[in-house]
Structure formats: structure tokens, C-alpha cells
Design a protein around this ligand. Sequence first.
Ligand code: COA
Length: 261
Amino acid sequence: MTDLQNVLVEREGHLAVVTVNRPSKLNALDNETITELDTAFTALDGDAGVAAIIVTGAGEKAFVAGADITVLAKQGVLDGTANSRHGQRMMSRLENCSKPVLAAINGFALGGGLELALACDVRFASNNAKLGLPEVSLGIIPGYGGTQRLARLCGSGAALQLILTGDPVTADEAMRIGLVNGVFEPAELLVKVKAIAQRMVSRGPTALALAKQAVRRGAAMSMDDALALEADLFGMISSTAEMKEGMAAFLEKRKPSWLRG
Ligand code: COA
């Protein structure tokens, strides 16, 4: 992925680190950056050598400070809808990725930045991070999935407080409302998130993909339908060499050796 300008993709074994790289604009998401993120996530999802993805921002100040306001300022009705759809598609691509995706929130995660983090499976923040959806202070509403994903993750009360005040919360407050899974010192953040990602990488890759599917797809279903989905996926995993290897490794008191790709 050498042709990307605003997004860096680095590999460390089975781990991929995707960095939004426009630090002079606090990594704000312009159309090009959104398209590049979509390209990167599509490629990583299709790469059998990649087992987990970390998303972070370049520099020490911001994860992503939002959609690029210079782009939003020019939009009318039709391109407003198109801009929202463009961002939503990229976020959904990330959410539906078959591998675990971890957000390392290293500073401001505002607007589209928080929406990017919300499309990840788990979120960890540095203790100086600020997270919020300030769109109403600009006379717009969140348009990259924030109204839906924040309410589903934290409940409509907490979501509406963030959305209707436009005020950001600290990392500790984000932890309290269930918006992030953990808070670390800035210098420790990436190290800790990589360690958590490696725990996931050590697990069965098909099991990870199907477990993620069960949670993600099940959340939009009735309990009865979701339990049927879980049973079907459980049956499906029971037909795999991966299951045989996982069970055999336990019984033989050794580490499993997973097949990838
Ligand atoms: N879109 C476009 N440019 C942005 C941006 C965004 N969302 N967020 C920051 N930038 C740019 C600034 O315009 C500035 O560019 P310049 O140096 O060319 O003037 C640069 O990034 C640095 O930001 P600056 O505002 O000087 O940093 P700060 O430390 O004083 O403030 C923030 C940091 C995050 C509080 C402030 O940048 C901010 O409020 N950004 C917008 C957040 C927002 O509303 N996001 C939701 C958009 S829908």
C-alpha cells in the first residue's frame, strides 16, 4: 500500500497498525483520507497474514480531530448526504472486517474521529485524550454513524448527553460510561494495545471472525434469532481443522498451531 498519502500501514508479524497521518490538521478526515482508509481496511481484511488491526493517529496530540471542516463547510444537501455515505461506508468496512480491530486513541477523538473509534471492536485511550461528538456546535449532526453506534454502545442517555451538548469527555469519564475499554499513560498506550492485540492474535483466526460476527450480527436481531445464529456459527466452527487443532493442543498440553489463509 505504498500509494497511500494520508494513511500509514505498518506490519509487525500478524499485526497491522494503521495510522491516520495528517498531523498538521490533527489527522482530520478529508475525502482522500477516508478513501485511503477504506482501501487500507479492504486490503488488510483480505490479507490472510493479518490477524488483528490497530488504528491510531499520527503525532502526540490527536487520534483524529474529526471530519475535515473545510470540506464540510462547502457542502450542500446532495453532497452532504454523499459525504455522510462516504464516511459511513468506510466505517462499516472497518466494523465488518473479519479480524479484531483495536482503537488506540492517543489524543483528541472528536466527531469523525470518535466515529472511527466507535467502528472498531475495542477502544483504549491515553489519559490525556478527549472524546466527543461536537457536531451540533458546528450546526450539523454526526454523520459517520455516531448517532447510532454511540447509542448502541453506551445507551441513548449517555449518547444524547455527548451529542446534544457537543462537549467532549475525558478518558476517565469515557471509561466510566463504557466508551473505552481501558486508559493508559500516553507513552504506554501503543505498547499496551499491541499486547492486547497479540492476545487476540494468539487465538484461532476463524473463531475470532465468527465470534465477532455473532456479536455484530446478533446485536441487530431478536434474542431468538441471535441465539439461532450463534448455534449455526457454533456448528460451522465445529467442522473446522481449527477446532480439531485447538482441542488437540489442549489435550496434548501444547500451544495450538493455527492455519492462516
Ligand atoms: N477539520 C479541519 N481542520 C482541522 C480540524 C478539523 N476537524 N481540527 C483541527 N484542524 C486543523 C486546524 O484548523 C489547524 O490548522 P491550521 O494550523 O492550518 O490553522 C490545525 O488542525 C491545528 O488545530 P488547532 O485548532 O490549531 O489546535 P488546538 O490545539 O488549538 O485545538 C482542537 C485542538 C481539537 C480543540 C481544535 O482543533 C478543534 O476544535 N477542532 C475541530 C474539532 C471538531 O469540531 N471536530 C468535528 C468536526 S465535524
